[in-house]
Design a protein around this ligand. Structure first.
Ligand code: NVA
Length: 312
């Protein structure tokens, strides 16, 4: 599995970044967070078009306000134009936006829409979540890990729940930077396609461990446990809800699971379905839960991406 060595042109998927690019972005995010005034003109005169095919709170607000903190201008494009590719071709959408915008941020249903935008746009494209990846979230989470632990390479990091866009991004990023990662998903709910094989190949290169199991009792010792909603946006089907709640119940992240694993921190990308994948008590636990630190770091991590892609 080979990682790119060239300059970052887009921010589309975690496995399009190499270890030093990820570590540089983490370091830059922390630098901007520590001294935002130094970067308040970094995007002066620049405009970013933000396409959202799905709902968003953190991503929308953190990009909009983050861009403003860099002296740039953000334009929100909601669903008024319908699904990408329906009213006009994705290639035309990309060509048109490239006439005005200096970058495109897009939250889409299908990864191929992001790929299509990046292929045809003449400006950088940032993936703000698709069915396969959520790289902005993973980068922010690695910023958070590096604030919590002096040496992230010694952190034991587990994700418990549905194998989805968030777990894919976390797993790939962990494997590339060399963090031991354990993925625990119910039978049939693990990572799809070649995602696990890709992550295992990266882990081999970086010398980290990459374990996947359906057995919640095999979670082992962990420092941090991460979880996300059991059903992602766009996959909701009320007729399947009861079966999902039953299947996932043993995988709920709660104080008992944290104690069993010896984990000290819990992470969640939000929105959380309290009482399902995580208990309210744990989500609200001021010592263990770092969910709002993660949410804040979305902005600093994305600003690092924007500065890297756009600043002269
Ligand atoms: N896996 C979730 C993440 C939300 C930020 C979803 O795609 O809905």
């Amino acid at each position: 599995m080979s990682l790119p060595t060239s300059k970052l042109e887009n921010f589309l998927a975690d496995d399009q970044l190499n270890k030093s690019q990820i570590l540089d972005l983490i370091a830059l995010a922390k630098k901007i967070k520590a001294n935002p005034a130094e970067y308040n003109q970094a995007l002066a005169g620049k405009s970013v078009a933000m396409i959202f095919e799905k709902p968003s709170l953190r991503t929308h607000v953190s990009f909009d306000m983050g861009i403003s903190k860099l002296g740039g201008h953000a334009l929100y494009l909601g669903q008024q134009n319908g699904k990408l590719g329906e009213r006009e071709r994705i290639s035309d959408y990309a060509h048109n936006l490239s006439c005005y915008a200096d970058a495109i941020v897009a939250r889409v249903f299908e990864n191929q829409a992001i790929e299509g935008l990046a292929k045809h746009a003449s400006v950088p494209v940032i993936n703000a979540l698709c069915d396969l990846y959520h790289p902005c979230q993973a980068l922010a989470d690695f910023v958070t890990l590096s604030e919590l632990f002096d040496d992230i390479s010694s952190v034991k990091f587990a994700y418990v729940g549905d194998g989805n866009n968030v777990s894919n991004s976390l797993m790939l990023m962990a494997a590339i930077v060399g963090v031991d990662f354990t993925l625990v998903c119910p039978e049939g709910c693990g990572p799809e396609g070649d995602m696990l094989a890709k992550a295992q190949a990266f882990a081999k290169q970086s010398g980290s461990k990459m374990d996947f199991t359906t057995d919640i009792d095999a979670l082992g010792e962990q420092d941090v446990i991460y979880t996300d909603t059991w059903v992602s946006m766009g996959d909701e089907d009320p007729s399947k809800k009861a079966a999902i709640l039953e299947k996932f119940a043993p995988y709920q992240v709660n104080h008992d699971l944290m104690a069993k694993a010896g984990a000290t921190k819990v992470m969640h990308c939000q929105p959380a379905h309290l009482g399902e994948e995580i208990t309210t008590e744990l989500f609200d636990d001021k010592d263990m839960s770092v969910v709002f630190q993660e949410a804040e770091n979305r902005m600093w991590a994305q600003n690092a991406v924007l500065v890297t892609l756009l600043a002269e």
